[in-house]
Design a protein around this ligand. Structure first.
Ligand SMILES: [Zn+2]
Ligand SMILES: [Zn+2]
Length: 282
């Protein structure tokens, strides 16, 4: 068996759940095939997340065409500095105008009924250096405002930027429904998120051998604030790490999470299903 071969279909879940964060546009095969494979294991809803203008339009169109898909739209925290600075190093003033134009398009998409989330937005200090921080923060604050004005969930991408993400959320005033996608904080941060009522969405990396701090955070996270996601094609859960990820692998991650939390699979699946519907208001 090749390491790049798609993992086999897991046993279906007993309770239908949603993949709270996926990128179908970056995966192999058609949308219909992906949704059918997911539905076969009782992953009956997916949130399709856009990372740039093209991806956000695609997410909105895909959600409009498929009743089991909802969209989230945004400029990814690594995309915002690219728009401001440009690939050829556009001048700062022109770049900021370009960011505002792009944000106006996101704003228009966020008004659509099948768009239920604004994100992924936030801060990424891993991929973007100090020169991109100002653009990331401006874009993050604009997305917070858009989410609040349209009453949509805010989907946060936080990579090595926990303190600043939490600070900006408090400072700007978090939307009623805020989701930390691919939750990557520790148990202390999970307590802060729990107190604030932020949803914590766990991805396949919660199954990785070196991810004990993440499992400690999952233990702390209240059942009513836990979501599950693939972030596919990234973060394929163990034992399939390194092979292509897709929404049909949600049961693998959910079962590992249930073991960590010490609850049975159906209990966790029921909670996750209700939480995702509440977060994305469907
Ligand atoms: Zn992300
Ligand atoms: Zn993502």
């Amino acid at each position: 068996m090749s390491r790049t071969e798609a993992p086999p279909l897991p046993e279906p879940l007993g309770v239908p759940v949603a993949d709270s964060h996926t990128h179908l546009d970056m995966q192999d095969g058609s949308v219909e095939e992906s949704l059918a494979r997911a539905a076969a294991v009782n992953v009956t809803t997916v949130i399709q997340v856009g990372c740039d203008l093209k991806g956000s339009h695609w997410a909105a169109e895909t959600a409009a065409a498929h009743p089991s898909v909802y969209a989230a739209v945004a400029l990814h925290p690594n995309e915002a500095p690219r728009i401001v600075h440009g690939d050829q190093g556009a001048r700062e003033a022109g770049g900021t105008a370009a960011l505002h134009e792009a944000l106006a398009e996101i704003d228009a998409l966020a008004a659509l009924d099948h768009v239920r989330g604004v994100g992924e937005t936030g801060l990424d200090y891993f991929r973007t250096g100090p020169e991109g921080v100002a653009a990331q923060e401006e874009s993050f604050r604009a997305h917070i405002e858009i989410a609040k004005r349209h009453g949509k969930a805010l989907v946060i991408h936080d990579r090595e930027a926990h303190a600043d993400v939490l600070r900006i959320l408090t400072d700007a005033g978090a939307p009623e429904r805020t989701v930390f996608h691919c939750y990557s904080g520790d148990a202390d941060m999970a307590r802060i998120c729990a107190d604030a009522g932020y949803f914590m969405s766990f991805a396949g990396n919660v199954t990785f051998k070196n991810a004990q701090p993440l499992r400690d955070a999952l233990v702390v996270a209240p059942l009513e604030l836990v979501l599950v996601e693939t972030d596919a094609p990234f973060l394929t859960p163990a034992p399939y790490r390194g092979r292509p990820n897709a929404p049909y692998l949600i049961p693998v991650t959910l079962r590992a999470m249930a073991a960590v939390k010490g609850v049975d699979e159906d209990t966790l699946a029921s909670a996750v299903a209700g939480n995702t519907a509440r977060a994305f208001d469907y």
